[in-house]
Design a protein around this ligand. Structure first.
Ligand SMILES: Nc1nc2c(ncn2[C@@H]2O[C@H](COP(=O)(O)OP(=O)(O)OP(=O)(O)O)[C@@H](O)[C@H]2O)c(=O)[nH]1
Ligand SMILES: [Mg+2]
Length: 208
C-alpha cells in the first residue's frame, strides 16, 4: 500500500496557453478562483505534499501557499518538463502529475493510481478513460484513451527522465513506454475534460 503521505502532487501550469490567446491558464477564473487554485484544493486531500510547476507570473502562483518551480528545461519543452521539474523537487517516494486545466479530475485519482501501481508492481500508473466515438450513438467503437498528464511515478525514475530529456525526448508516452506502466481506467470520461480555449473553459464551469 502507498500512503498518501508518500505522494507529492505537482500541478502542471507551465504551458503557453496558445489556444487561449497566450493566457496563463492556471490563473484564469474557474468558479470564483484561479483554475490552478481550484485544482490545488481538489488535489490537497489526496496527497501529502504539493508544488506548482509554472513558468510565468510566479508571484501569483506563490500566493497559493505551496512551492512554485519553473521548468528545469528551457523553452516550453512540454509537460514532460513539468514531470522532470516535479521529480527533481519531490521529497516523497511518489509523484503524481495533474494539469492545471482539468479542474474536475477524479477525486479518487491518486488512490486508484496508487492501488493499481502496487497491484501490478508497476513503476508508473497512468489514468485513462473510455471515450465515445463521436460517429456512433450506441457507444460502439469507443476506445480507451490514456490521459498521460495524470500519472503517478516512482521518484526513482528521475535519472531515467533526465537521460531521456537530455537526449531530446519530449513525448510522455515515449518515455513511459520504457518503464512498466499500468493504465487505470476511470468510468467518468468527462472528468478529464480540459479547458484549452475560452469556450471550453466556460463549458467546463457549467459541467456538474
Ligand atoms: N511545465 C510545463 N508544462 C507544460 C508545458 N506545455 C504544456 N504544459 C502543461 O501540460 C498540460 C497540458 O497542456 P496543453 O493544454 O496541451 O498545452 P498548453 O501549453 O497549456 O496550451 P496550448 O499552448 O494551447 O497547447 C497543461 O497542464 C500545461 O500547463 C511546458 O512547456 N512546460
Ligand atoms: Mg490541455
Amino acid at each position: 500500500m502507498i500512503s498518501k503521505d508518500d505522494v507529492t502532487g505537482v500541478i502542471l501550469a507551465g504551458g503557453r496557453g496558445s489556444r487561449m490567446g497566450g493566457a496563463d491558464k492556471g490563473l484564469q477564473n474557474f468558479r470564483g478562483m484561479p483554475m490552478a487554485m481550484f485544482t490545488l484544493l481538489r488535489l490537497a486531500p489526496q496527497v501529502g505534499d504539493m508544488m506548482i510547476n509554472a513558468n510565468r507570473n510566479l508571484a501569483a502562483y506563490e500566493s497559493f501557499g505551496v512551492p512554485v518551480w519553473p521548468d528545469v528545461l528551457a523553452d516550453y519543452a512540454g509537460p514532460l518538463a513539468g514531470f522532470l521539474t516535479g521529480l527533481e523537487h519531490c521529497e516523497t517516494g511518489y509523484l503524481v502529475t495533474v494539469p492545471c486545466d482539468t479542474p474536475l479530475f477524479p477525486q479518487d485519482l491518486v488512490q486508484r493510481l496508487a492501488e493499481a501501481l502496487v497491484r501490478d508492481d508497476a513503476d508508473i500508473a497512468m489514468a485513462a478513460a473510455r471515450e465515445a466515438d463521436p460517429g456512433s450513438e450506441s457507444g460502439a467503437g469507443s476506445q480507451v484513451r490514456a490521459q498521460p498528464v495524470f500519472s503517478l511515478l516512482k521518484r526513482e525514475l528521475m535519472e531515467s527522465l533526465v537521460r531521456f530529456t537530455q537526449g531530446g525526448g519530449r513525448k510522455i508516452d515515449a518515455w513511459t513506454a520504457e518503464h512498466r506502466t499500468v493504465l487505470v481506467e476511470f468510468e467518468d470520461a468527462a472528468a478529464f475534460s480540459n479547458a484549452n480555449t475560452v469556450a471550453e473553459l466556460h463549458r467546463l464551469e457549467q459541467q456538474r
